[in-house]
Design a protein around this ligand. Structure first.
Ligand code: UD1
Length: 335
């Protein structure tokens, strides 16, 4: 049985990926510092799969703890989710973001190298493309200057990993996520809301639940059919499965370069108003909204060309927008 380290394994995408790893017969060790989640998620994962993953409460900023971890465990591959991800906060606290997302990545790669752990999956983001010149976005589209320190950490992360893979035995896959949404069908795990949501779907869901009065739609003067911005919303369970496909590619030596990049989305763009309508249709719930000014830093449209991931990873998104929105609503109700 292969043993996989999942950093940030109690977070939103991490927890769904742990479930899929266990479903596929992998043994999982989670590292999490609980900075943006709770230990209860460990029991919730266990209640879905019937298997309790091993867990170490470690902060990857503590290099000594990372060193000790790799002395204690024999690991076949690492899926690295642990990172801070709030765009606005990263603008206020850039050094915190560079320490949390970059210093930790270097420690992890150093210890992997020291212990001959070669297989690495990295959580990257479509944010590396900025506003792409061509849609849908292919992996060879040029990366653009980051709009925030958060975005910069994803771009830098890719560079650090690629440089490392040139001179060590590291074999890496960076998955560039489009917009992850939804929750596990059991409604036992999902995105934990902390404070006022910044992302669209949590805000929509909380508005429907009466927690928020009204959704602000940021801009209806974009150059899109209905004037609202377009994104590629992917079900988190499909996204989780992409990690298994990427991991298997490395474990089976099917990778074609030491460092590879794949878009992970559905390939379909939806506007903000289309999302609101799809949510109302999927759940029968009403969402109050008003149009307000654009949000600084937002782009007009982004959606993935997923051909490369389809072909090379043998992976394809299977769940549609309405199903994802229904699962988000079910998760909200369970809260
Ligand atoms: C955001 C981040 C991105 C990050 C991703 C993580 C920004 C500028 N980008 O992506 O770097 O990787 O989250 O999940 O923050 N919207 C509204 N009203 C709201 C919230 C959002 O109209 O209350 C609109 C936004 O303008 C956007 C769309 O909904 O057009 C999606 O927004 P969001 O869910 O925040 O994701 P991104 O901005 O695409």
């Amino acid at each position: 049985m292969k043993k996989i380290l999942v950093t940030g394994g109690l977070g939103y995408i991490g927890s769904h990926t742990v479930v899929e790893l266990q479903n596929e017969g992998f043994e999982v060790v989670i590292i999490d510092n609980l900075s943006n989640t709770t230990i209860e998620v460990l029991d919730r994962i266990t209640s879905i799969t019937g298997i309790k993953p091993e867990f170490e409460q470690i902060d990857l900023k503590n290099k000594k703890d990372v060193q000790q971890f790799f002395k204690n465990y024999s690991i076949d591959g690492v899926i690295h989710f642990a990172a801070s991800k709030a765009v606005g906060e990263s603008v206020e606290e850039p050094l915190m973001y560079y320490e949390n997302n970059i210093a930790t990545l270097t420690y992890l790669l150093q210890e992997m190298n020291a212990n001959n752990v070669r297989n690495f999956i990295f959580s990257s983001s479509c944010t590396v493309y900025g506003q792409a010149d061509k849609l849908p976005i292919t992996e060879d589209a040029p990366t653009k200057p980051a709009e925030s320190p958060y975005g910069a950490t994803k771009k830098m992360g890719e560079i650090i990993i690629e440089d490392t893979s040139k001179v060590t035995g590291l074999r890496a896959i960076a998955l560039r996520y489009f917009n992850p949404i939804g929750a596990h069908k059991s409604a036992k795990i999902g995105e934990l809301p902390i404070g006022v949501p910044q992302n669209l779907i949590p805000y929509v869901v909380q508005t429907a639940a009466g927690i928020r009065e009204c959704l602000s739609v940021f801009g209806d003067d974009y150059n899109t059919p209905d004037g609202t911005a377009i994104r590629d919303y992917i079900h988190v369970v499909d996204l989780a499965k992409a990690h298994i496909a990427a991991l298997n590619r490395l474990l089976e030596n099917k990778n074609k370069a030491n460092c590879e990049f794949f878009n992970i989305g559905t390939g379909k763009g939806s506007s903000v108003l289309e999302v609101v309508n799809a949510f109302e249709k999927a759940t029968g719930k009403n969402v109050n909204y008003k149009i307000v000014d654009r949000r600084a830093g937002d782009i007009t449209a982004a959606y993935a060309n997923t051909s490369l991931a389809n072909k090379e990873l043998g992976w394809k998104a299977e769940l549609d927008l309405e199903e994802a929105l229904r699962s988000s609503w079910k998760w909200q109700e369970s809260l």
